[in-house]
Design a protein around this ligand. Structure first.
Ligand SMILES: [Zn+2]
Length: 295
């Protein structure tokens, strides 16, 4: 083997290793809903997942049916979206086309995606529902607002047909269901009163500061539709977490929030880091230019 060929092979191997490491790092350590990588161990699987074990404002929670609920005041301005469906190894997710918003406390949150859990993550008076759908929204500051809706056994639901008829059984990349358009509003209950509290992501890294809006009324789907999902994921739910000092909120969130967590990990860090890094770079460039001129 000539020296050139050996060097080329070395470079290719080094590049492959770099990409593989980067890919592994971006996905984070492996977690699951079973055994020693299951919910009870998430907090110790990685430093980044510590809040899953130590957080005081975690989700999901048990909701007493007597908890005060909010009037149907969520400003929902949703457009129909393609059904960009995929199996991410933990749930079935549908990425939503840009341009659909929810307004909470005067702040606009864009609908990014919805995904499913079976059985439900939130419970009411201690009892689980067959499924729960989470509509994940994010505002310009990186803060999340999630609308949770329980799915119960009943009449077949045509709005859900393009989704439940196209569930990818194994891990896949997002792919639009040909010809299908679904409006998120049609996947929610008609009567939109809701419970509200401050919680977290229900999957690692369990970041806190998430506004939870859980619909009081469930949506009916057929047992066949539920069965199509549970044939793929039949226990992708995190058990309920302690409320601690939190209360169910009616109206706007109190202005003095508890100081535990509240920061949305990576996304909000990036929001601050980019302008900061740009500022530092500009200052360095200016000082270099000034030095050259004065030299
Ligand atoms: Zn979820």
């Amino acid at each position: 083997m000539s020296r050139n060929v050996a060097i080329r092979i070395f470079i290719v191997l080094a590049l492959l290793l770099t990409f593989a490491t980067a890919a592994a790092a971006s996905e984070g350590p492996h977690w699951s809903y079973d055994g020693d990588t299951g919910p009870a161990f998430w907090g110790v699987l990685a430093e980044d997942y510590a809040l899953c074990g130590t957080g005081q404002s975690q989700s999901p929670v048990d909701i007493p049916s007597s908890a005060p609920s909010n009037p149907a005041d969520l400003g929902m301005a949703y457009q129909p979206s393609a059904v960009n469906i995929f199996n991410n190894g933990h749930t079935i997710q549908v990425n939503y086309d840009p341009g659909s918003n929810l307004t909470v406390d005067g702040s606009e949150y864009q609908l990014l995606q919805y995904h499913f859990h079976a059985a439900s993550e939130h419970t009411v008076d201690g009892s689980q529902r067959p499924m729960e759908i989470h509509f994940v929204h994010q505002n310009a500051q990186g803060k999340l607002a999630v609308v949770g809706t329980f799915l119960v056994d009943g009449a077949a639901n045509a709005a859900y047909t393009p989704i439940f008829d196209n569930l990818p059984a194994s891990e896949s990349e997002p792919e639009a269901v040909p010809g299908a358009q679904v409006n998120a509003i049609d996947l929610m209950p008609g009567q939109k009163t809701y419970w509200r509290y401050s919680g977290s992501l229900t999957t690692p890294p369990c970041s806190e500061g998430v506004t939870w809006l859980v619909m009081n009324n469930p949506v009916e789907v057929s047992s066949e539709q539920i069965g199509a999902y549970t044939a793929i994921y039949d226990h992708n739910f995190r058990p309920t977490q302690a409320m601690n000092s939190r209360e169910f909120i009616v109206g706007q969130a109190p202005t003095t929030l508890p100081t535990t967590g509240g920061v949305l990990g990576d996304s909000s860090a990036v929001v601050w880091l980019i302008p900061l890094a740009t500022l530092v770079l500009v200052v360095i460039l200016i000082s270099l230019t000034v030095r050259k001129r004065t030299a």
